[in-house]
Write a protein that binds this ligand. Structure first.
Ligand SMILES: Cc1cc2nc3c(=O)[nH]c(=O)nc-3n(C[C@H](O)[C@H](O)[C@H](O)COP(=O)(O)O)c2cc1C
Length: 418
């Protein structure tokens, strides 16, 4: 067996990027916040990597940086006025919205975010956004109180639900002097998002993938149940990353408090039996990823009436269905079967045992001994591929999801070669 520290994969060289971005067009929409000047750096970086750019400014941007500055940098006309477009450039807002492979709103003001969420189209920038079918990134930047205002929070949630990618702000000293959340994400980091978007947007094209996530809920009687602390975050991130990479994605989920991913078929279930039935119903697939924390036990006999309060009671629990194993032994077993393990001790040993017992191809093993997994936004996992163990560093769950996407894409590339 080989044991690797760190990750041996996922380095994409410059040439790889330049092949991908060759004919990619990005529309940068700039709105009127104090971080406007940083967008000039982003534009510089995108031009350096040979993206083809168009740029729209809202009227208020001109109070911060002149239109001329943007035009000099771009070496061409930038757009601002909805009603003079057609005459001056022989281009209309519909053409502008359809030309782009990606639209980035940077910086995105609270005002503009709320216009997007409400579908308002009262200037060129908001009209183009309403007409575009391209992927949209929004990079908010504003004072902390504005960002944490319930109106802005709700609007960002609405946009996320519709498939807009929100580039989370950073924490730091703001233009108003306060220290807090709301700083525009570093331009280099925004560029990373752009790069990753183009590098991964077709990695899993043509694949059909089923993901399970969240906890199961096993009722004891009409008011009580057995469940666990699984938040569903990791499975949701995986479903989102897979869908972003072009796969037809089904997410079978237990009860959670998180927003469903976009462009994903979501099936809400409760019990282990439900997980199994809906998983089988959604096979055959190319990949099945079992992230759900399905209770190992359920009550032997469900009580139709509320169990009366007595001093002590003994509950007779029996083994619940084993979704992963059932699928791995069935005729519907996908080519690639991925499981998750949660262990509070002997993580590596128990996970290696599990991969054999369940006859799955990969296991992502998490240690749940210190309560650093459930409901957390980051995790540290071992990636176990047959007999090889890779120790991934602590990563955001969204990052783990992206790594998994690359692994899956490599698996199918390798398979195609064989
Ligand atoms: C000096 C100054 C700085 C501002 N900075 C921000 C900001 O960082 N973020 C924000 O959401 N609004 C900011 N605003 C408010 C916006 O400029 C205002 O809401 C404007 O209507 C936005 O227009 P737009 O969304 O069409 O670009 C600022 C206003 C001023 C006067």
């Amino acid at each position: 067996m080989t044991y690797y520290r760190g990750s041996p994969v996922f380095t994409l060289g410059k040439s790889n990027l330049s092949n991908v971005v060759k004919k990619k067009r990005i529309l940068v929409i700039v709105t009127g916040g104090i971080a406007v000047y940083k967008t000039l750096d982003l534009i510089r970086l995108l031009l350096k990597h040979q993206f083809s750019l168009d740029c729209i400014l809202t009227e208020s941007v001109k109070n911060f940086v002149s239109l001329m500055t943007f035009e000099s940098l771009l070496g061409k006309k930038v757009f601002s006025n909805l009603f003079t477009l057609e005459n001056s450039e022989k281009i209309n807002h519909i053409q502008l919205s359809q030309k782009a492979d990606l639209v980035i709103v940077c910086p995105a003001t609270a005002n503009f975010i709320s216009k997007m969420a409400s579908g308002i189209a009262d200037d060129l920038a908001s009209t183009v956004l309403l007409a575009t079918k391209s992927k949209v990134f929004v990079a908010p930047a504003m004072n902390t109180n504005m960002l944490t205002n319930i109106a802005v929070k709700d609007n960002l949630k609405i946009l996320k639900k519709r498939g807009v990618e929100i580039l989370t702000t950073s924490f730091g000293k703001l233009a108003c002097g306060a220290v807090g959340k709301g700083k525009l994400l570093d331009v280099d980091r925004i560029f990373e998002h752009v790069k990753n978007h183009f590098l991964s947007s077709n990695l899993l094209e043509g694949k059909n993938i089923v993901v399970t996530s969240g906890p199961s809920v096993e009722s004891l009687d009409p008011v009580r149940y057995i469940s666990n602390f699984s938040s569903g975050k990791q499975g949701y991130e995986i479903a989102q990353a897979i869908s972003n990479a072009g796969a037809r994605t089904t997410l079978i989920t237990g009860p959670t408090n998180i927003d469903p991913p976009s462009n994903v078929k979501v099936i809400k279930v409760k019990t282990g039996e439900d997980f199994l039935n809906f998983s089988l119903k959604n096979l055959p697939a190319d990949v099945f990823i079992s992230v759900a924390a399905i209770s190992d036990w359920k009550i032997l006999k469900y009580s139709n009436e509320k169990i009366k309060k007595k001093k002590n009671i003994t509950l007779k629990l029996v083994r619940n269905v084993d979704v992963l194993k059932t699928i791995s032994l069935s005729d519907l077993r996908p080519k690639l079967l991925v499981g998750f393990s949660a262990e509070s001790q002997n993580l590596k040993k128990n996970s290696l045992k599990k991969i054999k017992e369940k006859n799955c191809d990969w296991i992502l093993a998490n240690s749940v001994s210190q309560q650093k997994v459930f409901n957390n936004d980051s995790n540290k996992v071992l990636f176990i591929d047959n007999n090889q163990v890779f120790e991934w560093p602590r990563l955001k769950k969204s990052e783990i999801a992206k790594r998994l996407v690359r692994k899956i894409s490599e698996f199918f590339k390798i398979e195609r070669k064989n």
